[in-house]
Design a protein around this ligand. Structure first.
Ligand code: PMP
Length: 392
């Protein structure tokens, strides 16, 4: 009865397990939630009232698929600050950046195409691409992000390459950031091999060391980079407002698919985000968000250092929301998760982030959405469990 692609829609074991963690008794490092303390609830209450008074009817009517004109102008300015020179015609507002990935799949993928991606990569990108029957060629990573030499190797040894999907800033799931040198190198590789790049960058503003790096797209001289981003991590995720920045020819294709999906993104929410940027200083808002995140990152790293066995390796992210843990190969994190849920702590098993499987000894920990007292408690419990497992 169902289409062949539904075979990929197996309820994820991870989600089923994490459903259990949706209770107050469980300390969950499994989600990817921004800190709720950072949401501008009071500001948005005022903005909602103003919009309803001034343009209530407009906020409730159908609107154009490309998105709110004022918001697209704001995004052009945000892109300009990052060294990307663009125009509103090159911007499409999407229902979260997740929709940007879905439209990318629809516009680009035929069965049997090869996607190059970091190893590991963002789980919901894998899920957006999989229904189109691609093959995934995973590129090695190290502390500086994806390794250009391995990218070249994989380009040369695979056929039907459609694009490189990459998360260069504080990657989900590893928290790693692609170095400046490598950004330039990868832009050159893309030109040489005529490679399309999907640059997915929801976390670039959550930078803890004041050393923001220019996006890959800022080095793009041939219109090969499709930049996808979002207000989910800077304002709030619930409004579902993201965008795609790409040459107009590509945007036009995405618009046609978007019309078949949801016609346009929630217009009232677009108006609210636009007004928020007009009225408030986003840089001040981000500064206070970053303080919360940085302090949670520090607490998680301190507690890991004190309580995890020395055999365990982990990343030390300079931004974003996640860190990545690699355990001795004898430990399977899926089994570990069952034990740790019984002791009140959740995380995501790392194997979920590898499109071709494997790497059962890894896990992702989220620090942005958990209060510091709970981070201390939860990480200490994990540390105890790990000691028991390693001493076995
Ligand atoms: N890309 C990456 C790498 C992400 O981590 C996320 C959020 N978890 C998204 C895209 C989707 O974000 P949103 O749809 O909320 O903009």
């Amino acid at each position: 009865m169902f289409a062949r692609r539904t075979e990929f829609l197996k309820a994820s074991e991870v989600r089923e397990l994490l459903k259990l963690s949706d209770s107050d008794e469980i300390i969950s490092f499994g989600g990817g939630l921004p800190a709720e303390e950072s949401f501008p609830v009071g500001e948005m209450r005022e903005i909602c009232n103003q919009i309803l008074e001034e343009s209530g009817v407009k906020s409730m009517q159908y609107a154009i698929s490309e998105g709110h004109a004022g918001l697209r102008n704001i995004i052009v300015k945000l892109m300009e600050e990052k060294g990307i020179h663009t125009s509103p015609d090159d911007i499409l507002i999407t229902s979260g950046s997740q929709q940007g990935l879905d439209l990318t799949a629809k516009a680009f993928l035929d069965e049997g195409d090869t996607i190059l991606c970091e190893s590991p990569t963002y789980l919901s990108a894998i899920n957006a691409f999989k229904p189109f029957y691609p093959r995934f060629a995973e590129i090695d990573m190290d502390e500086e992000g994806l390794v250009p030499e391995d990218l070249i190797r994989k380009i040369e040894s695979n056929s039907r390459i459609k694009f490189l999907y990459t998360v260069p800033d504080y990657q989900n799931p590893t928290g790693r950031r692609l170095s400046l040198e490598r950004r330039k190198e990868i832009a050159e590789i893309a030109n040489k091999y005529k490679l399309i790049i999907i640059e997915d960058s929801p976390y670039s503003e959550l930078c803890f060391d004041n050393r923001k790096l220019p996006p890959l797209k800022s080095f793009d001289t041939q219109g090969r980079v499709i930049y996808v981003s979002t207000f989910s991590k800077t304002v709030c995720p619930g409004y579902r407002i993201g965008w795609v920045c790409a040459p107009q020819e590509i945007i036009n294709k995405y618009v046609l698919f978007k019309q078949g999906t949801d016609i346009h993104t929630n217009f009232f929410a677009q108006m609210q985000i636009a007004r928020y940027y007009e009225k408030y200083d986003i840089k001040e808002h981000l500064k206070s968000n970053i303080e919360i995140y940085k302090s949670r990152r520090d607490t998680m790293l301190d507690t890991i250092e004190r309580t995890f066995p020395k055999e365990v390796e982990y990343t030390r992210p300079e931004g974003g929301m996640f860190l990545w843990v690699t355990l001795p190969e004898s430990i399977n994190t899926k089994e570990l998760l069952v034990k740790s849920l019984k002791r009140g702590v959740a995380f995501v098993q790392g194997s979920a982030f590898f499109p071709n499987g494997g790497h059962e000894n890894t896990m992702r920990l989220n620090f942005s959405g958990v209060r510091e007292d709970k981070i201390r408690k939860g990480i200490s419990i994990l540390g105890e469990i790990l000691k028991e497992e390693i001493d076995k």
